[in-house]
Design a protein around this ligand. Structure first.
Ligand SMILES: Cc1cc2nc3c(=O)[nH]c(=O)nc-3n(C[C@H](O)[C@H](O)[C@H](O)COP(=O)(O)OP(=O)(O)OC[C@H]3O[C@@H](n4cnc5c(N)ncnc54)[C@H](O)[C@@H]3O)c2cc1C
Length: 394
């Protein structure tokens, strides 16, 4: 649906997309949208919706909010959100739109063109830098109002926990947080009802929610879905969004952004070695660090080591911390409480080392070693080193 970019809309702005009925596609379509290779058209947030009241019937389109760093890297949880959004959009026979907000978005937008997205709305403005929640929520609200999607999805991150309630409140929309799944219920009384599932009561119950509003928002747990597949070819229309907001009107002011030195990339790691109360003290974790080093992994922990100050809060895995699904998870001196399992039970291979054969962790472990970790871990390190040497990997 790429079109020419020289139109002027009723408000006197040039290059604004206009909405019209596309009889060939049997749907409403926006013209004056440029393909990635051409100059960008824009929509303005300053006045009325460029889409008018066209979406009068219930929309079946899905909007995915993308988080990114300023080097153009899209967060994995956004690509996971895209993957379930694509499934739902296909089931509803609707369009899939992306929204990306921030500063210096060119690289991120170029990357987004490599995914199956129908349109990319990009709000590239210094006022939206540094993840200022009020400005991002304002822009996301306006795009959502303009597009009128059935569903807005985003990863369950610190930023989305901040902006999703703001957007939902402003639009009087439903919000389901930290969902583990979304599906279309074709048997419900309401046609193609969306159902949101999430574990509640410490993971003992899986609850299902439906939305009562026309637009629903959902945040999705990390690793609940496989990331969307990247394509070699570029596609999808890019729409630049003119941001006309005044930072002064916001109550929060970002004075400084401090890098989290303790950020251990737990959610990206393919191998995680986790220690629990059974590790005994902070020194015990240096043995786990050695094991992580030979396996190319990172070290996490259950709650007691964080409470005792042996490990930083960012290392916590479970209900109150990180949810991860590495290829290999080694639980050392961890009993397997439900609050811990919630954060790691989706790991591909789980190995448990525990001196008690009755520990609950063995119920979810694929491999178990019964004994004192202080004797087992050094042997494991030696064996792995020898194996790597024999294969020329060390
Ligand atoms: C609201 C709420 C939220 C919570 N959120 C989280 C969360 O996010 N993450 C989390 O982890 N917990 C969380 N908890 C705490 C959780 O309920 C458990 O108390 C905690 O996970 C237990 O940690 P652990 O397995 O390390 O310790 P323990 O349950 O004390 O288990 C220690 C284990 O180490 C073994 N062991 C002891 N010595 C050795 C040795 N030398 N070698 C080998 N094994 C040994 C023991 O046999 C035992 O199985 C939460 C609790 C509540 C109420």
């Amino acid at each position: 649906m790429a079109g020419v970019c020289d139109a002027t809309n009723g408000a006197g702005r040039s290059n604004a997309p206009t909405l019209g009925w596309d009889s060939s596609a049997d749907c409403w379509s926006v013209t004056n949208i440029c393909s990635p290779s051409t100059a960008l058209s824009s929509i303005s947030l300053a006045s009325e919706s460029p889409y008018g009241n066209a979406f009068e019937t219930r929309s079946s389109s899905i909007l995915v909010f993308f988080e990114h760093n300023h080097d153009g890297d899209i967060y994995p949880v956004s690509l996971e959100s895209l993957s379930i959004a694509r499934v739902i959009a296909d089931q509803l026979n609707g369009h899939l739109y992306a929204v990306i907000i921030g500063k210096d978005l060119r690289a991120a937008c170029e990357e987004l063109h490599h995914y199956r997205i129908d349109k990319i709305f990009a709000a590239d403005n210094p006022a939206c830098s540094e993840n200022q929640p009020e400005s991002i929520a304002t822009v996301l609200t306006q795009i959502t109002e303009d597009v009128q999607p059935r569903l807005v999805v985003m990863g369950d991150t610190l930023l989305s926990q901040d902006i999703a309630p703001r957007v939902a409140f402003t639009l009087n929309a439903s919000l389901a947080t930290a969902c583990s799944n979304i599906y279309v219920d074709s048997h419900s009384i309401a046609p193609q009802q969306l159902v949101f599932t999430k574990p509640i009561y410490s993971g003992n119950v899986v609850a299902e929610f439906t939305s009562v509003s026309n637009i629903a928002l959902a945040t999705l747990r990390s690793k609940a879905f496989m990331p969307a597949k990247r394509m070699a070819s570029a596609n999808g229309d890019l729409i630049t969004v003119d941001v006309n907001i005044k930072p002064k009107q916001f109550l929060t002011k970002i004075r400084e952004v401090v890098d989290d030195k303790e950020d251990n990339n737990l959610d990206q790691a393919e191998v995680v070695i986790s220690g629990g109360r059974g590790v005994g003290n902070a020194e015990g974790f240096s043995l786990l660090n050695d094991l992580a080093a030979v396996l190319g992994g990172v070290v996490g922990s259950s709650r007691p080591p964080v409470d005792y100050g042996w490990m930083p809060p960012s290392s916590l895995i479970g209900q109150s911390g990180n949810t991860i699904a590495p290829k290999l998870y080694i639980a050392v001196g961890i009993s397997g409480a439900i609050q811990h399992l919630m954060g790691m039970v989706s790991s591909r291979i789980i190995v448990a080392i525990n001196k008690s054969q009755d520990a609950d962790i063995f119920d979810v472990a694929h491999y178990g070693i019964i004994g004192d970790y202080a004797q087992i871990v050094p042997v494991l390190i030696e064996r792995i080193k020898k194996l790597k040497q024999s294969k020329g990997l060390l």
